[in-house]
Design a protein around this ligand. Structure first.
Ligand SMILES: *[C@@H]1O[C@H](CO)[C@@H](O)[C@H](O)[C@H]1NC(C)=O
Ligand SMILES: *[C@@H]1O[C@H](CO)[C@@H](O)[C@H](O)[C@H]1NC(C)=O
Length: 329
């Protein structure tokens, strides 16, 4: 008995000769490999009763490869294996992970996780749904969730949408359209002026679970075929008017331009006279004399002899005229 204990102690002390001692620290717990939208994440809890600074190291393998290194000496309690620069996670692979904890020179044993079959087990996130109301119909537009590796349509070629729709507050009477492969669907058995709500899920051939359901989105229908017709008519009328105006403008462009910018219809000699430099004697006389209105005024109102006597300006103007003409000659 004592001999056996001695042997055990001796064995233990020889094993403890190495720098990093395995199996001394208690092991991480709840080691789990999960996949959401085709990522691959190993999570765990710290060892029970652990104290001091702990670092974790993870590894992963497929059913046909040996363990390769994952995250090394991390303090976080998870390792996203799809984020590792050197990782090449395959969408059809079956993966297992493992983790150990180290504290100084002490290390725990490895703890292995569950196995994940990427395309079969990944949790498919919810699709993104938008609605566009068009008269008494609603167009449903669906966007697939973004995958960490590849894309939904590459991995699940025959994925289909299951569209559930109902009149607001009557979800118990919901209708379903399934096996839809297009990501745009028009719901056309709807009542006008009614609020409908829509929720979409993705079904795949290789994943046992449907996707997470999309958020519920709602939209109101409008009147029977009104909107598109009214819009079309208004557009047509406006275009017809524009074309008619264009034609009228082209046909009557001369009259229109004459109306707005009338052509000069004065006789040529008149134009020349008007445009000639102000060297005419009358013009000069008028410039040098008092305004003629004053003269006319006096002539118009007072008709006795004084007008002629006082008509100084007129006489003066005549004198100036003759003098001016003489100078010019
Ligand atoms: C991880 O930590 C251990 C001991 O704490 C150390 O021996 C090892 O070199 C570290 N590895 C890396 C890659 O930092
Ligand atoms: C579609 O979704 C509804 C509600 O989530 C469900 O009851 C129905 O069974 C689904 N249909 C298919 C074909 O998956």
């Amino acid at each position: 008995m004592t001999a056996a204990i001695t042997v055990l102690i001796l064995t233990t002390s020889t094993l403890c000769g190495s720098t990093v001692v395995s199996g001394i620290l208690s092991r991480p717990t709840n080691v789990n490999l999960t996949s959401y939208n085709m990522n691959l994440v190993l999570t765990w809890n710290p060892p029970k009763g652990a104290a001091g600074s702990l670092v974790y190291t993870t590894q992963y393998k497929t059913t046909v490869t040996a363990y390769t290194v994952g995250c090394v000496n991390i303090t976080a309690l998870e390792c996203d294996l799809t984020r590792l620069s050197e990782s090449a996670i395959n969408e059809n692979g079956k993966y297992t992970g493992r983790v150990l904890v180290q504290s100084g020179s002490e290390a725990s044993a490895w703890v292995e996780s569950n196995q994940i079959n990427m395309d079969g087990d990944t949790i498919i996130g919810s699709p993104d749904v938008s609605l566009f109301s068009n008269g008494p119909t609603i167009e449903v537009s669906i966007k697939d969730p973004v995958f960490a590796i590849s894309a939904l349509r590459n991995i699940y070629i025959f994925a289909t949408y299951n569209i559930t729709y109902w009149k607001d507050s009557q979800k118990e009477k919901a209708k379903h359209i399934s096996n839809i492969q297009q990501n745009r669907v028009v719901l056309n058995d709807l009542d006008p002026w009614t609020k409908y709500c829509v929720q979409v899920q993705i079904n795949t051939e290789r994943n046992s679970n449907p996707s997470k359901p999309s958020g519920i989105v709602c939209e109101n229908t409008t009147n029977e075929k009104e909107s598109p017709w009214v819009a079309a008519m208004v557009t047509f009328v406006f275009m017809a008017l524009a074309v008619a105006l264009g034609v009228v403008a082209v046909v009557y462009r001369k009259s229109i331009s004459n109306f707005f910018c009338p052509k000069d219809t004065l006789p040529q000699h008149f134009k020349e006279y008007l445009l000639a430099p102000p060297n005419s004697t009358i013009y000069l006389a008028m410039q040098n004399s008092h305004p003629p209105e004053e003269i006319y005024h006096k002539v118009g109102i007072i008709t006795d002899d004084r007008t002629l006597e006082e008509g100084g300006p007129l006489e003066e103007a005549r004198a100036t005229c003759s003098r001016q003409s003489n100078v010019t000659m």
